[in-house]
Design a protein around this ligand. Structure first.
Ligand code: FES
Length: 486
């Protein structure tokens, strides 16, 4: 039994230890899934996301109207207004979290602008700087529950039970959020924020903090000027008094599960929830599946569970069962930092991408020679395939019946192969999305079109000859024209 308290800051000694142990930016277990099934599940839908967003906003407006009406015309009738404000707060400070999350990944809507609008609105509602939290969440997916690397670990061990309970009020959490924003707005980014955010994005993060703090100050001044707390009850304070719902959902994701492992089946929880909770939480109860495949949008997570569920630990059958497991684990971990939930995961080999390996044949045949990568009929439209050649790795994409593209295989953000990503074709755009943090790259130019991708991929000449897709691996475009590159 041990009560060792580890340093969870991002700049402390645990970070260096995690890197030294190979726990940071590491390869994680991935289940096997048919590539065609995964491709289907990765498709985005503006219609579905618009329906769910409009419904959420409509409920929010109705709750706001009822809350306003409940205040009465002849004076404040607080007791009468409490239920309406409770609902309004939960939709504002609680349900906004799932919208923030899904739009932050860029997977809720097909349209990029719609994801950005909802993401920024939710950031404002939740007192989160958009850039800081985007990078923080990238890290969470890179180093999930790795101590010293992940800023989103809810319960450091040994667990303090009173803090675990107090967290549900969200008083301390929201106070920390707004004071940190004020600190960033006035004094600049703190050490943890600088560790997360690359240099080129830091200035933007500071201005976002100033904007959110400025808007909140405006609501405070408004309340003072009219001598009423009512403006703050509608804008600002719901982040605090409605935050319990965000905590209620968020705790189920990882609490009590294993730290410092490279298998999401061991550090993440899937919980079967009822349709109302699933709407409020946008299916994030399928959280193992989300961590395994962040490129699958929320509405396809139940189907993803159907496809890979037999390779995961059994899901918790209900929210109640999840909380019973969490309460038991936290109680044990308050007395023994090393206590773990006994978890059985199926012993399965995990996936490896189907690949084309052309070995050294190009060297044998000489410069300028073309090698066959695949027969046209063997690659479906929308399919991507890993190509290896003597130490180099690429991705072959079939964009349409007669358009094929070959680009570098590794994402320029971190060491992740793009062959597991989604090919997203929308109008003139044709982007390859990284399976880890949803960076996107234009497969026609190589340009990085979505953060955290910043540097371009190289593109290679590709041809179709006698029903075969061939290449000589020569550069296709002038990268100097694209600016930065890997
Ligand atoms: S590894 Fe982070 S977006 Fe690709």
């Amino acid at each position: 039994m041990t009560l060792t308290r580890r340093d969870h800051s991002l700049t402390g000694p645990e970070s260096a230890v995690a890197i030294e142990r190979g726990l940071s930016d590491a390869a994680w277990f991935q289940p096997s899934i048919d590539a065609g099934v995964l491709r289907e599940l990765q498709q985005r839908s503006d219609g579905r996301a618009a329906r769910d967003t409009v419904l959420w906003l409509a409920l929010l407006l109705v709750a706001a109207w009822v809350a306003w009406w409940s205040l009465g015309v002849d004076g404040v009738i607080w007791a009468q207004a409490i239920p309406a404000f409770a609902v309004y707060g939960a939709l504002y400070g609680g349900a906004a979290d799932a919208r923030w999350h899904e739009c932050g990944h860029g997977t809720a809507f097909r349209s990029r602008w719609a994801n950005e609008v909802v993401y920024n609105l939710a950031c404002l509602m939740l007192w989160r700087g958009p850039t800081l939290w985007r990078w923080s969440h990238h890290r969470h997916h890179t180093d999930t529950i790795i101590v010293g690397r992940d800023a989103e670990i809810a319960y450091p061990r040994p667990t303090s039970l009173w803090r675990a309970a107090w967290m549900f009020t969200h008083i301390e959490g929201s106070a920390r959020l707004i004071t940190r924003l004020a600190r960033h707005a006035v004094l600049g980014l703190d050490a943890d924020a600088r560790d997360l955010i690359p240099e080129h994005d830091r200035r933007r993060a500071v201005w976002e903090a100033r904007t959110i703090v400025g808007l909140m100050l405006a609501v405070v001044i408004w309340s003072i000027l009219i001598g009423s707390i009512v403006p703050l009850l509608f804008l600002g304070l719901p982040t605090v008094y409605g935050g319990w719902l965000m905590v209620f959902f968020g705790i189920t994701q990882h609490a009590g599960l294993q730290a410092d492992v490279l298998d999401h089946r061991l550090n993440t929880r899937t919980v079967m929830m009822n349709p109302v909770l699933r709407f409020l939480y946008l299916n994030m109860n399928f959280h193992v599946e989300h961590h395994l495949y962040p490129s699958v949008p929320y509405h396809a997570l139940p189907a993803l569970h159907g496809a890979v569920g037999d390779q995961l630990a059994p899901p918790l059958p209900s929210t109640w069962a999840a909380y019973r497991e969490i309460a038991g684990a936290l109680r044990h971990q308050s007395q023994d930092s090393e206590w773990e939930i006994p978890l059985q995961v199926p012993d399965v080999p995990g996936s490896s991408h189907e690949r084309i390996d052309v070995g050294e044949q190009l060297w044998v045949r000489g410069a300028g020679a073309q090698v066959t990568l695949v027969r046209v009929d063997d690659l479906d439209v929308g399919e991507v395939r890993r190509v290896d050649r003597d130490g180099d790795t690429f991705v072959l994409c079939r964009v349409s019946d007669d358009e094929f593209r070959l680009v570098d295989g590794m994402c320029t953000h971190a060491r992740v192969h793009l062959a597991g990503g989604a090919l997203l074709v929308s109008g003139e755009r044709c982007e390859l999305e990284c399976p880890k943090h949803n960076a996107r790259f234009d497969v026609r130019t190589g340009e990085a079109t979505r953060a955290p991708g910043r540097h371009a991929l190289r593109c290679y000449t590709i041809d179709v000859v006698d029903g075969r897709v061939v290449t000589d691996f020569s550069d296709q475009v002038d990268h100097d024209a694209l600016g930065e590159r890997s």
